[in-house]
Design a binder for this molecule. Structure first.
Ligand code: B16
Ligand code: MG
Length: 217
């Protein structure tokens, strides 16, 4: 039987977190704020607006709405510059093979990302056409841990949440999948993503037995 397979983008399909980090760090510095890697961890899966709000909060700084908008634009320009050389070589280990396996079984595939840059990134990676449905930061109003992004994806694919599987690298994303009543699979560290139904370091660590169970084979 079929399931809806929903993938987060940053941290699951491609490691863009390192580029978000550099861009946010430069931006924070321009405001005289020190921004650490630990803080960056908390921004994973968080929208651009909410990320800047958090950085200002941590730096105990207030700025005008005009400057806020300017800083958001500036961050995205930096980020786009950092990711301009992304290519098929940047797809995380095992992702492409797993997508191919799902495709060969005619399993529906969706993207569920907070990023407004999701479509051009999937294009650079050469996998955009493998997605039947793309839900990203341009379609969604409520950010993870709100389940909106994943519910929207499974609705568009015509599946119920119980028959949907979500792959996530962020705590907020795992919580969103759980709240939606979906199967949540964490990609990353077990102690950080302990709320997920299962956690693997990479797709290459996901045993074939486990994949078969997901596919009810
Ligand atoms: P953008 P995901 C999220 O993507 C990132 O994890 C997060 O760090 C970023 O701030 C957010 O997208 C917004 O991205 O600035 O490109 O719109 O993990 O939900 O795929
Ligand atoms: Mg992510």
């Amino acid at each position: 039987s079929k399931k809806a397979f929903i993938f987060d983008l940053d941290g699951v399909i491609v490691d863009t977190a390192k580029f978000h980090f550099v861009a946010w760090q430069r931006l924070a510095a321009s405001l005289g704020i020190n921004f650490t890697e630990k803080e960056n961890e908390q921004l994973k899966g968080v929208s651009r607006v909410n990320s800047l709000k958090k950085i200002l909060e941590w730096g105990d700084k207030e700025i005008s709405p005009e400057l806020f908008q300017e800083k958001m634009d500036q961050k995205n320009i930096e980020y786009l510059d950092l990711i301009k050389t992304l290519s098929v070589n940047d797809i995380l280990p095992g992702v492409h093979d797993f997508l191919l396996e799902l495709k060969s079984q005619n399993q529906p595939i969706a993207l569920g990302s907070a990023s407004k840059n999701a479509r051009p990134i999937l294009e650079k990676l050469g996998v955009k056409d493998m997605f039947d449905v793309i839900v990203d930061g341009t379609n969604v109003t409520k950010a993870k841990p709100d389940p909106e992004v994943f519910l929207n994806a499974c609705n568009q694919l015509g599946f119920s949440p119980q028959d949907s599987v979500v792959f996530e690298d962020s705590v907020a994303g795992v919580q969103a999948a759980n709240t939606a009543g979906m199967i949540s699979i964490g990609l990353g560290e077990k102690d950080i993503l302990h709320e997920a139904d299962a956690v693997f370091n990479h797709f290459t660590d996901m045993p074939q037995d486990y994949i078969n169970t997901l596919l009810n084979k």
